[in-house]
Design a protein around this ligand. Structure first.
Ligand code: HEC
Ligand code: HEC
Length: 109
């Protein structure tokens, strides 16, 4: 019995970490986004605004929509994607990003 517990605990840990993996609340980014791509996107956004993750996220609940800044960021993501797809013909050579306007400021100058 004691031995069995030691076998079950690691299995539970693996199950939880896999279950916690896929993003739960994506409304703009593709559902199929990889973990690496999501991480990279988030780091880029944080860097463009010179803020930490908790500026937009009610940590550690990354899927929570509690903070206003996250909701604004979502609209900003839609706007940025629209500029690149609707207002620039073809695939942009120099796509507009958060950095284009924000340049390391949460509120652009
Ligand atoms: C400028 C605001 C902003 C910053 C800063 C930011 N995020 Fe996000 N994050 C968002 C938005 C908006 C979404 C939802 C995107 C969507 O709806 O497609 C999101 C989604 C996520 C998700 C998916 C959550 C889920 O389960 O749905 C993770 C994980 C995440 N962010 C991690 C991070 C990490 C780690 C950092 C810091 C490196 C970070 N974010 C910084 C705005 C931000
Ligand atoms: C075309 C220019 C432009 C682009 C591109 C842009 N933003 Fe913004 N953003 C602004 C402006 C201007 C404001 C200030 C709006 C105001 O005065 O309320 C702002 C405000 C914000 C705010 C609120 C800041 C605060 O503290 O009030 C967040 C969060 C934000 N942007 C996130 C992003 C993210 C994330 C991206 C990239 C996905 C992005 N923005 C791309 C122009 C832009």
């Amino acid at each position: 019995m004691v031995r069995r517990i030691w076998m079950v605990i690691p299995l539970l840990l693996v199950a939880f970490s896999v279950a916690a993996d896929p993003p739960k609340n994506l409304k703009v980014l593709p559902q199929t986004i990889t973990k690496e791509e999501l991480k990279r996107t988030m780091r880029e956004q944080a860097k463009a605004l010179d803020v930490d993750c908790d500026y937009c996220h009610d940590m550690p609940d990354m899927d929570s929509d509690k903070l206003d800044k996250k909701l604004i960021a979502r609209e900003m993501m839609k706007m940025t994607a629209e500029i690149n797809t609707r207002w620039i013909k073809g695939k942009p050579k120099h796509p507009v990003t958060c950095q284009t306007c924000h340049r390391g400021k949460a509120v652009p100058e």
